[in-house]
Write a protein that binds this ligand. Structure first.
Ligand SMILES: *[C@@H]1O[C@H](CO)[C@@H](O)[C@H](O)[C@H]1NC(C)=O
Ligand SMILES: *[C@@H]1O[C@H](CO)[C@@H](O)[C@H](O)[C@H]1NC(C)=O
Length: 144
């Protein structure tokens, strides 16, 4: 299930490209990276944070800071995707194949999701994708 493994240092950019899990998305990352640094937006994740506890099956709100977002026409990929991972052995262990939620607008600043039925751990994290990557602090998912 958590098949992809990245080091924290290399983070997701190279790994996403090389894993070829999502070719269209990886292509947009490469193009945006080569053509226009200004297009890279990296909204800071506000929730979940280090105090967050998500029960399996519950509805939760992910929020991020949209104050720094440039105009839409300068954002190569304004459509967001939330990927669940867990921080173990210096890897993010991202579950690329099963985004928890996707297809929302980064401009919205939040998205509601249903916590998937995963093994409880205290070292979960989420990664918010648009045309860039942002990682939350570690937080807990508990049994429902
Ligand atoms: C982390 O390392 C331990 C010890 O080598 C191993 O048992 C475990 O499966 C590793 N975890 C992941 C997610 O690779
Ligand atoms: C979530 O986003 C919508 C659309 O931008 C906004 O109207 C709403 O106030 C936001 N809710 C929260 C709790 O941030």
């Amino acid at each position: 299930m958590f098949s992809s493994s990245l080091t924290l240092k290399s983070l997701a950019l190279l790994a996403v490209v090389s894993s070829a899990v999502d070719v269209a998305y990886a292509t947009s990352l490469v193009v945006s990276d080569l053509e226009a640094r200004r297009d890279v937006v990296a909204p800071k994740i506000i929730t979940p944070n280090g105090n967050t506890v998500w029960p399996v099956g519950s509805e939760q709100l992910v929020t991020w800071d949209i104050l720094d977002l440039p105009p839409d026409e300068q954002i190569t990929n304004p459509i967001g995707k939330v990927i669940l991972g867990y921080d173990e052995n210096s890897s993010l262990n991202l579950d690329f194949f099963n985004p928890i939620v996707q297809g929302f607008l980064l401009r919205d600043g939040n998205v509601t999701l249903t916590v998937p039925n995963v093994v409880p751990k205290t070292n979960y994290l989420i990664v918010l994708y648009g045309n860039s990557v942002n990682t939350s602090p570690n937080f807990a998912i508990t049994a429902s």
